[in-house]
Design a protein around this ligand. Structure first.
Ligand code: OGA
Ligand code: NI
Length: 361
């Protein structure tokens, strides 16, 4: 069924590059980007922020901090994670350089809503939605079979492929280490979460570099509308410009840039395998009037074909399944069709599993 849906997906209208729009020097925000006032980013709390976990001194107090972050926030930052600062800087450089290429060059990589690989400016094919103030480039990192000899990766700047390959591999290793920490925290054997997501050779990783140009009326727009990430979890390296916000118990909080830190966002599949013990966090991005912003995002995803459901050991302990099983390929088709839809995806998951999936056709 998934292939039927894929073959009919196309963008519902011509794609407007946000960078191009911003470069016209416009003074007011075009209506397509204006959010209702109850959705804008101005209202957020700065009295709290997600915990910062030091992985170099990973003692009991750090374990407790990380555990409560996963359960209460669904997000934390990691420092001393082992990825060299020079590599972070060069990954940021090559990614930024891509967006500095002439538009004729960038649009050669224009993406489509079936694979999403390439240069994009929207998510979902629903017509007349409010648009995000964001351009991005998306491609696979793993499994290696999915990168198809890097065909979809930028050829420029010339050191892009080498740098992002190395960056992706280092982040992937960190993700495996985090998965073991999560397994232990949930009282599961080491390696069991990686196994449940498809094992080292089956799991996926994707790279998305986000570019948020300066925005003429930033208080009316969002860089990315509120959403949860569909995969297992996400590692974000943000530049020094604030913008990422997370929702905790109905209140939005800023995730302040911490030098050389990665932000770890727990996502839907981790909430599902943990049977709801961990939280997939709602997040969004604010944009700026006087500064552009970049973020480098690695999504760690399950094997697309494997059925993912709550871990049996946790179901036994808790006495019930909170979520039913679905493969990640089936799951992400909802998002690719309907666009990001906040928490509704996880919330309805139990009821939409199985036959009802056909309703999105
Ligand atoms: C994303 C995302 C946040 C950011 O790409 O899914 O949430 O800070 N990005 O750009
Ligand atoms: Ni996200």
């Amino acid at each position: 069924m998934a292939s039927n849906i894929s073959s009919v997906l196309e963008w519902p209208e011509p794609i407007q590059r946000v960078q191009e729009l911003a470069n016209t020097g416009l003074k007011t925000l075009p209506p397509r980007y204006i959010r209702p006032t109850n959705q804008v980013s101005a209202n957020f709390d700065t009295t709290q922020a997600p915990p910062v976990v030091d992985l170099s001194s990973f003692d009991q107090s750090m374990k407790d901090l990380l555990s409560s972050a996963c359960k209460e926030w669904g997000v934390f930052q990691v420092v001393n994670h082992g990825i060299p600062r020079e590599l972070l800087a060069s990954a940021m450089d090559v990614s930024r350089s891509f967006f500095e290429l002439p538009m004729e060059e960038k649009v050669k990589y224009a993406n489509d809503p079936v694979s999403y690989e390439g240069y994009g400016s929207r998510i979902g094919v629903k017509k007349d939605i409010i648009l995000d103030w964001n351009d991005y480039f998306f491609h696979h990192l793993r499994p290696f079979s999915a990168t198809k000899d890097y065909q979809k990766w930028p050829l420029q700047p010339v050191d892009y492929r080498k740098t992002i390959n190395e960056y992706g591999e280092r982040v992937f290793s960190l993700c495996k280490r985090l998965l073991d920490i999560f397994s232990e925290d949930l009282g599961l054997p080491r390696g069991s979460l990686l196994e449940s997501f498809g094992g080292e050779d089956g799991v996926g990783a994707c790279y998305r570099m986000n570019y948020y140009p300066k925005c003429p009326q930033p208080e009316l727009a969002l860089g990315l509308a509120p959403h949860t990430d569909p995969g297992c979890f996400t590692a974000i390296f943000q530049d020094q410009v604030s913008g990422l916000q997370v929702n905790k118990d109905g209140v939005w909080f800023n995730v302040p840039p911490v030098k050389d830190a990665l932000v770890i966002i727990l996502a839907d599949q981790l909430e599902i395998v943990s049977n709801g013990i961990y939280k997939s966090v709602d997040h969004r991005t604010a944009v700026n009037g006087d500064k552009e912003r970049m973020s480098l995002v690695v999504f760690f995803n399950p094997d697309g074909n494997k059925k993912i459901g709550p871990m049996e050991a946790l179901v036994e302990k808790m006495g019930s399944h909170v979520y039913s099983e679905m493969s990640f390929n089936e799951y992400r088709m909802f998002i690719r069709t309907l666009g990001v839809a906040g928490r509704t995806i996880v919330a309805t998951r139990f009821t939409i599993a199985g036959g009802a999936a056909g309703t999105i056709q």
